[in-house]
Design a protein around this ligand. Structure first.
Ligand SMILES: [Zn+2]
Length: 91
């Protein structure tokens, strides 16, 4: 079976391998899915979401460091807290 063929299979739908859905401890030899689910696709999506979350965290740390490093006077406290609040609200 070509990759282009099994990519269109729905979760739980067997490929042409007779034991496709019985493969729950290892990938099906034919389509590479586990229990009829494309686990690699799920892992790929989770990794993408993790990459996005890490980028947001990195950006937030950068913004907060910038705000904190620019606050040099006690009088800046109010505006510093306001700026921090703005960054947090963006999350
Ligand atoms: Zn299969």
């Amino acid at each position: 079976m070509k990759i282009s063929e099994w990519k269109n299979l729905k979760d739980g739908e067997p490929c042409k391998h007779p034991g496709c859905l019985s493969h729950i401890t290892h990938p099906c030899e034919e389509c590479g899915r586990i229990g009829g689910i494309n686990v690699m696709l799920i892992i790929h999506k989770l990794k993408c979401e993790l990459d996005i979350a890490n980028a947001v965290i990195s950006d937030t740390k950068s913004k907060l460091n910038s705000i904190l490093s620019s606050a040099t006077e006690v009088d800046d406290l109010g505006s510093t807290l306001y700026d921090i609040n703005e960054v947090v609200l963006d999350l």
